[in-house]
Structures are given as C-alpha cells and as structure tokens.
Ligand binder design. Structure first.
Ligand code: FAD
Length: 480
C-alpha cells in the first residue's frame, strides 16, 4: 500500500486548489487528484473573472458571507500570490421603470450584506461614469469595489502555492471508484490508487457523482451554460467599469466588462443543459449574449470579436453552496459553487479549515511557508520585453513568439518549468496569454510548439491542446 495521504482533494478547480493551499499550511500529507491535464481546466476556466463584493447575494446565506470574506481575502493576499486585481468598479444600469424599482431593492440588499459603499446614481450620474452606456438609461448603482482579475492566474497561483508547500498534484487522473478500507479511503483513479484519511469532494460539476461514490445522495448538480464573446482591444476605451444589467430571476444577467488584458467581455447567457461536458458555443447563444450586452452599450456593435467561449455553472439542487465537514466519516464536501466561486474560493477553504479545527482534525501548523515563486509577468502587467534590465538578464525576453500579446520565448519557458508546469497549448495560454490575441494562434502556434517540444523533450506530434486526445499534429502529417 502507498503511504496514505492525510487529506486527498478531488478536483483542482479554484475551490480544490484553495483548499489544498490551506491544508498545505499544516504538517500533513496533502494530495489533489484532477481528471484534466492542468489545474483550473473545469468550471474555473470559463467565467467572467469578476471579484464580486457580494452586494447582490441573498442576505443571510452562506454564499453571501463567503463571497464577502473571499473578496477581502483576495485583496489581502493578491500581491503575495502574484494575482493581479484591478478595482474598476461596476455600474448597474436600469433601462426601464421596473428595473429602476429593482435598483432600490439592490441598494438595500447591498447594505444588508455590509457592502455600504454602494451608491445610487441618477441617469446623468450613470452616464457620466460610463459615457458610452445606453443613453436611455434611467438610473444606476455604483459598486466601487467590484473588481476584475484573471481566473487562470488565480487558480494556478493557489495550486502553485500549495505545491511548493508540499501538496502533490496528480493530473490526468480521473477518480473512478472510492472504497473505505480499515479507516482509510482507497481512491482508484485512471492513473493508479491512493489512500487517504480524509477525502474532500471539490469536483465541481461532478460533485454529485463523487458524493454518490461515497454513498451520499443529498444533492444533485446540473449545469447552466454561459456563453461569452471577447471583443478586440479597440473596445476597451468604451468600457471603463463593469457594466451590469439588473439581474434576472435565474442569473446575474448579461454584462459588458473590461478584462485585465485590455479586451472587453460580453456575456454570459444562462441555459440549463444536460451534458456536463458541453462547452460548445452556438450562434443562438452568442447572439443573445451580444444583444444583451448591446442593450447596455449599443456602441459596442461596431467592435470586432476575437474569441468566444462557454462555461458551465455547477448549480446544486439545494440552491445554495453545499459545504460540509463530517468528522464521523472524514469527508469534506464543497459542491454547488455556482456563479461566485472565483470570489469565494479562499473563504470557502478557510471555512473548511475552521470546521476541521472545531472537529479537532487539524495537525500542527508548519513553522514557515515557502512563497509562490515570483513570475516575470502577470496578466495585464507590462511585458518583460519592455524592461531593458530583463533583456540584459536574458535575451530570450526579447524573442517575441506571440506578436499579438507580446509574449516572449522566456515567458513561455518559465511557464513550462513552473511548480505546476504548463504542458499543453492551453496551459501556455492560461499562464502567458500567448495565442489569446487577435490572431488566436494563427501566426505563433508553430513557434510556441517548437519551444514546448525543446523544453519538454517531447516530439511535436505528442503535443496537445489540453491533454491526450487533443493532439495538434496527426502523427503521419508532414511537419517542419
Ligand atoms: C459562465 C460563468 C461565469 C462565472 N463568473 C464568475 C465571476 O465573474 N466571479 C466569480 O466569482 N465566479 C464566477 N463563476 C463561478 C466560478 O467560475 C465557479 O464557482 C468556480 O469556478 C467553481 O470552482 P470549483 O473548483 O468548484 O469547480 P471546477 O473548477 O469545476 O473544479 C472541479 C474540478 O474537479 C474535477 N473533477 C470532477 N470529477 C472528477 C473526477 N471524477 N476525478 C478527478 N477530477 C474530477 C474537474 O475536472 C474540475 O477541474 C462563473 C461561472 C460560470 C460558469
């Protein structure tokens, strides 16, 4: 039998990685198993990258409390983790009388949730803040601490901080069976077996499947798809703040938001779907996302689209976060973290630690922690190729492979040799933004793959977009 882990986390999304990071602060053997070939490749890669204050959450709920705490924790820890945050603020816009009345309720709601810096705006004040917003707006709310971040960086940073402090990550390892044997869990994955004293179910859309393997059938998870369009950087000047609609009954609604990288995001839609693997986009969904956002800002109709994507919200049948720490069975559940998990992840992890502490299940804290290694570039920051001292240090910072996003060979190399290495093209994109620009990899993919092949020591035919089955070059295809 392999030496048992003290804690084994299933799922390397934002929540599982935040939990692994908290657990790695203790004298414990911690493992994370993830079916994808990179961390943050599930729900956590397809969101709006907004750090919510929780102003619009249902007062008194666990979600309201943890979103608010998570917002604070991210702001406190962002520098240490190397996670960029830009406090752009949000304007919620009312476009008819009914929405104007709803704004009053959201204002009160924000105060009930302790978000007391929210202000009501007249139509003139709203348009002064966002001059290109729909001139038919009747009024708005100003939520100054709503912020934008990069969900990729956030998840990778949490995972890397856990990894450098001893947490072991097993990627490409899908959990297929769980048994309880002599007080331990035996977890069978597509890449072998592990034993653990405690098990954390942080499996996102598959939280109910993992719960079923453990004989817990208290909730089901369904997927609610959100489709997005990314506009070219020419659109950014029109969108100084996050522009929010008045939420609908089922979702926060379709927004227009600046991204840290200088683009503008339109979306998401909210459609309940059966297939938890279906992250395709459709003409219908993208059309609705675009029309929804154009109601807030019609001038964006003229801006070119550079990319589209879809994310799936894991909606639980309980309508709330499912968060449990069961000291009888040594199980932790963090499920149904639907549309606010980026913001709440650090607080969800801390809440689990509080409950583990109360159950007397935490070992001693480590005397000191290893910091996450500093990256030369974080999303939205100035590229190292513009820094002469960096160029003197390593001329590869001047060898630009991705022209649209100005990504150098040295940044790609650094991503490949990071504590959680980028081993796929999507992994490189998530860490460096290479291929995410206007050409979407048309001009740079070959050069990036050559660098990956050199650095990883793998033939070009073995390189994939997101793991086995997504090879970029067919083995018998001629290539340079
Ligand atoms: C359209 C959309 C917009 C959103 N916008 C925002 C926003 O702006 N701000 C915000 O705060 N939140 C937002 N969210 C919510 C946020 O993205 C989620 O709450 C968060 O990503 C959930 O993280 P997670 O770790 O629970 O799930 P995941 O990221 O899905 O992690 C679970 C992991 O478990 C793995 N797994 C599952 N089954 C197995 C198995 N059998 N074996 C091994 N591994 C397994 C999966 O592969 C996955 O990687 C949005 C979500 C969507 C979809």
């Amino acid at each position: 039998m392999n030496e048992p882990f003290d804690f084994l986390v299933i799922g390397a999304g934002l929540v599982g990685c935040a939990l692994a990071r908290e657990l790695a602060r203790y004298e414990a053997r911690v493992a994370v198993v993830e079916q994808n070939w990179d961390v943050g490749d599930g729900v956590s890669k397809g969101n709006s990258s907004i750090l919510h204050t929780g102003f619009d959450a249902k007062p008194g709920t666990l979600e309201a409390r943890l979103v608010s705490e998570g917002h604070r924790l991210w702001n406190e820890q962002a520098d240490e983790l190397g996670v960029p945050i830009e406090r752009v603020g949000a304007v919620m816009l009312a476009l008819d009388e009914e929405q104007l009345q709803a704004l009053a309720r959201y204002f009160e709601n924000a105060h009930k949730n302790g978000v007391k810096d929210v202000e009501r705006l007249s139509a003139e004040q709203a348009l002064a803040r966002v001059p290109h917003a729909n001139p038919a707006a009747l009024g708005g709310l100003w939520i100054p601490r709503e912020s934008i971040t990069c969900t990729f960086t956030a998840c990778i940073a949490l995972a890397e901080h856990a990894a450098v402090n001893g947490a072991q990550f097993f990627l490409g390892a899908r959990v297929t069976n769980i048994e309880r044997i002599e007080g331990l869990y035996r977890v069978t994955t597509t890449q072998g077996q592990h034993y653990a004293r405690w098990l954390a179910n942080s499996a996102g859309l598959w939280g109910d499947t993992i719960a079923g393997m453990l004989g817990r059938n208290g909730f089901t998870i369904t997927s609610r798809k959100g489709e997005f369009l990314i506009l070219d950087k020419t659109a950014r000047a029109y969108v100084p703040h996050i522009l929010l609609p008045v939420p609908t009954r089922i979702s926060k609604g379709i927004l227009a938001a600046p991204t840290l990288n200088g683009n503008v995001l339109l979306g998401p839609t909210a459609d309940d779907i059966e297939d938890k693997n279906d992250t395709s986009v459709s003409a219908d969904g993208l059309g609705r996302a675009r029309r929804g956002a154009l109601q807030l800002m019609p001038v964006l109709a003229h801006e070119p689209v550079v990319a589209t994507y879809a994310g799936l919200r894991p909606a639980s049948s309980t309508g709330e976060y499912v968060l449990e720490v069961d000291a009888q069975t040594n199980q932790i559940v963090t499920a149904g973290i639907r549309s606010t998990g980026l913001s709440a992840a650090p607080a969800i992890a801390l809440e689990v630690m509080r409950r583990l502490g109360a159950a007397g299940a935490l070992p001693h804290l480590k005397k000191s922690l290893v910091p996450r290694p500093v990256r030369v570039w974080a999303t939205g920051r100035v590229r190292p190729c513009f820094d002469p001292s960096r160029l003197c240090e390593n001329p590869d910072f001047g060898q630009i492979l991705c022209l649209c996003e100005t990504v150098s060979r040295a940044e790609i190399t650094q991503a490949i040799h990071a504590p959680i290495p980028a081993t796929t093209l999507d992994g490189i994109k998530k860490r460096t933004w290479a291929t995410a620009g206007r050409c979407q990899g048309f001009y740079c993919t070959a050069a990036i793959m050559q660098t990956m092949s050199d650095e990883l020591g793998r033939p070009l035919t073995a390189l994939t977009k997101r793991g086995p089955g997504s090879e970029v070059i067919a083995p018998d295809e001629p290539h340079a």
